[in-house]
Design a protein around this ligand. Structure first.
Ligand SMILES: [Zn+2]
Length: 507
């Protein structure tokens, strides 16, 4: 795997740095002692200590044996010391303002999140009168005029965890087009390109599209190619909630792969899945096509959440196609949150589709995925972990609180789908490399001290369909930029806004 090779090379380079640090600093601020160090590169675990000074890792090795001391020592015997997890797919954009403790992240070891996914983001703000149902996923706070303004606000508030953002394509349409459900005029397309350039200038990692939602679903190839080309020119990414994850999933994956080939833009397929029983097994084809694109030199990656049910806004057209649909929230009928659509329809004496229409705007969980597809996607070498968590939901999909610990508990320990080293690499070095996050995602001297300590024998998710906001177990300590954020929240939040031009492309 490329990430692990890079990791080993940089480890060698860092040896010199490590010695220099050790010679000058015998006292660390924090010493994580005697743990199993899994550095994120995919390399096998080794026993040792991690010394932190300020916001960086100063040294890794047999530090205590060499006489090092520290203001604070944490005994990590029998525990794993790993880089903090990177959630590649978040919808926490406005939560940094509304609920800044982000406990659903820190309690499962997440130290960085990429927000602005699925075409919807905190900026730019729609023209007056324009809106889109998918924006309701984000929260109540008014959207921001620009990424410059959003990032400034985040920095003013001190984010709890590190955050990078994508700009949503729906936002570009809503902010540029008089009728966002139409085809853009050439002036409107020029305005969208300008807004994208401004967001890239402010530091977003790229553009996300939500081609299954209005208004993104109205976009045709010419528009998407024009925008992806703007992103490609700046070395930024295109991530996509593809046009269809059901009957047309193969064509929908091919559509974004082709856009990547034609524009030269790196492509990430979001929360990859195949919905509804008749499409189960489809990931064999989609992954083959992803492999073919990668073999031809295209930069392609994916993210997945480790569950066989999905969640988004309630879509009435799905009501008759999927048997098990659980309502997560409803504006006209908040009392129906947490109940199944079929039960509500029976009580109301109407069809499921009519019940869905009466409940809307609403959110839902759809039980319509095959476990074999989930595992095939998760195990793919270019697949990262992304929670797709929806913190604004009253009864959220449990992926919000449990995605990362579920990979470690269920897919490493119970199913043995992945080794611990592989799983951690998918949550750390791989996403840091794909998103170009400098000095994050690996444990090495000189890197930022984003670190998680967990017990590999008991770590697992506790949030489930009936208790979706239960905290995970087995996460013992989490550090972000050298500051402890879990189990106790810090007096000052230590996260940073990670802007693209301040990072380096690691790939
Ligand atoms: Zn999505």
């Amino acid at each position: 795997m490329a990430a692990s090779q890079e990791g080993r090379v940089s480890d060698l380079k860092q040896t010199t740095v490590k010695r220099t640090y050790l010679e000058s600093i015998q006292t660390f601020d924090i010493l994580l002692a005697n743990g199993w160090i899994i550095d994120g590169t995919g390399a096998a675990r080794r026993r040792g200590d991690v010394g932190i000074v300020g916001d960086r890792i100063a040294a890794i090795g047999e530090l205590r044996a060499q006489g090092a001391s520290a203001k604070q020592t944490i005994d990590a015997a029998g525990k794993v010391i790993a880089p903090g997890f990177i959630d590649t797919h978040g919808h926490d954009d406005l939560m940094f303002v509304e609920r800044p403790d982000l406990e659903w992240k820190t309690s499962q070891g997440v130290t960085t999140v990429i927000v602005g996914n699925c075409g919807v983001s905190a900026a730019p703000r729609p023209l007056i009168g324009n809106t889109a149902a998918a924006l309701a996923l984000l929260g109540q706070t008014e959207l921001f005029d620009s990424y410059h303004a959003y990032f400034q606000q985040l920095e003013r508030l001190d984010p709890m965890i590190n955050v990078a953002s994508l700009v949503g394509h729906a936002n570009l349409r809503l902010a540029a087009m008089k009728n966002p459900l139409a085809r853009p005029t050439s002036d409107e397309l020029a305005r969208m390109r300008q807004l994208l350039e401004e967001a890239l200038e402010a530091g977003v990692a790229g553009m996300s599209t939500g081609l299954a939602y209005e208004p993104g679903c109205m976009a045709e190839r010419e528009e998407l190619l024009a925008l992806a080309s703007v992103a490609a020119r700046q070395g930024a990414l295109h991530t996509s909630h593809i046009r269809n994850e059901g009957d047309e999933v193969v064509a929908a994956v091919d559509e974004v792969l082709e856009l990547g080939a034609a524009s030269g833009c790196a492509t990430i397929i979001s929360h990859h899945k195949c919905l509804m029983p008749r499409n189960w097994g489809g990931s064999e084809t989609t992954l083959r096509n992803v492999d073919r694109a990668r073999e031809s030199g295209q930069a392609v990656a994916m993210d997945v959440y480790p569950y066989n049910a999905s969640s988004t806004i309630l879509i009435a057209d799905r009501a008759e196609l999927i048997d098990d649909i659980k309502i997560t929230w409803s504006t006209p009928h908040p009392e129906c949150g947490g109940r199944y659509l079929a039960d509500i329809a029976a009580e109301w004496g109407c069809g499921r589709k009519e019940a869905a229409e009466r409940l809307s705007p609403a959110g839902a969980i759809y039980f319509a995925m095959d476990e074999a597809d989930v595992q095939r996607v998760l195990a793919h070498p270019c697949c990262m972990v992304g929670s797709d968590g929806l913190p604004n939901d009253a009864n959220p999909h449990p992926r919000l609180w449990g995605s990362f610990t579920r990979v470690l508990g269920n897919y490493v320990r119970r199913c043995r789908l992945l080794s611990l080293e592989e799983a951690i690499s998918k949550m750390t070095a791989l996403p840091a490399s794909v998103f170009g996050l400098a000095d994050r995602g690996t444990l090495r001297a000189g890197a930022f001290a984003d670190v998680v300590i967990f017990d590999p024998d008991i770590v697992e998710d506790r949030a489930d369909w009936d208790h979706p906001t239960l905290r995970s177990v087995g996460i013992e300590h989490v550090f972000i930029n050298g500051t402890s954020v879990f189990p106790e929240p810090p007096s000052r939040r230590p996260g940073r806004v990670l802007k693209r031009h301040q990072q380096r492309r690691a790939t």
